[in-house]
Write a protein that binds this ligand. Structure first.
Ligand code: URA
Length: 234
């Protein structure tokens, strides 16, 4: 595929704009700078444009550090969506699971539906760890109740979840769950007469927030990271 087509497919602009940009600032292919928009790239090439790792594969995967104030949807009449921050050519990308409008944290964004399905299924026991600030301190009873499963008004109890204190006062916590029910974390604490005041997802499966994704930014998964999730999928 031509370099300019790849970059326009990935949402960096029209073919015409991209041609000009490549001629001006260039792109790195396997570490070598090129300013020729017609350069041929294949699946195995590593392309870096505008400081971003561009995958040449059909499927793409991004880790996004969601800020509060945007929703996980392709369109929304009332709020910004996550795609204000992440390019979404031809609206083919979506987030794997959702975070609430006021929740921050890690989201995997992809156009690979099969992978999304796998990661979302509670059967596959993908751990998601959240940090929360609560209205008041948790108790040992709460920790025990979370480990047994909580009645949040659904047909089934939640799956066993691991609750640990994140500060001495006990009003900041880490919670690891393997499901993604609607408003699950907030409802689990409400069921224990507590309230989530701030919520952030810190990790999901093998991926965690780190300094490489400041809030409001994203990065493409590396080839090694993609291989890792493909392996887990087998
Ligand atoms: N649980 C919630 O209550 N909200 C989120 O955004 C994610 C998990």
């Amino acid at each position: 595929m031509r370099l300019d087509k790849l970059l326009s497919d990935r949402g960096f602009g029209t073919r015409k704009d991209i041609k000009k940009l490549i001629q001006k600032q260039g792109a790195y292919i396997n570490g070598t700078l090129t300013k020729d928009p017609g350069t041929h790239v294949t699946k195995s090439d590593q392309v870096v444009f505008d400081g971003k790792d561009i995958l040449c594969d059909k499927f793409q995967y991004f880790l996004f550090h969601k800020p509060a104030g945007c929703v996980c949807a392709n369109e929304d009449g009332a709020h910004d969506t996550i795609f204000k921050y992440v390019p979404n050519p031809r609206s083919q990308f979506f987030s794997v699971g959702r975070l609430d409008l006021d929740t921050e944290g890690l989201l995997l964004i992809t156009n690979d539906g099969a992978l999304a399905h796998h990661l979302l299924s509670p059967r596959h026991h993908v751990n998601k760890t959240y940090f929360a600030r609560l209205d008041h301190a948790i108790t040992e009873d709460d920790i025990h109740a979370f480990s047994e499963g909580i009645d949040i008004g659904d047909e089934d109890l939640t799956l066993p979840a691991q609750l640990v204190r994140a500060n001495e006062a006990g009003d900041e916590i880490y919670l690891t769950i393997q499901e993604g029910r609607f408003h699950q974390v907030k409802r689990m604490f409400l069921a224990r007469d507590n309230e989530v005041l701030y919520l952030r997802r810190d990790s999901m499966g093998p991926f965690a927030l780190d300094d490489s994704i400041p809030i409001g930014t994203y990065r493409a998964l590396t080839a090694e990271e993609i291989q890792m999730i493909m392996k887990n999928q087998e």
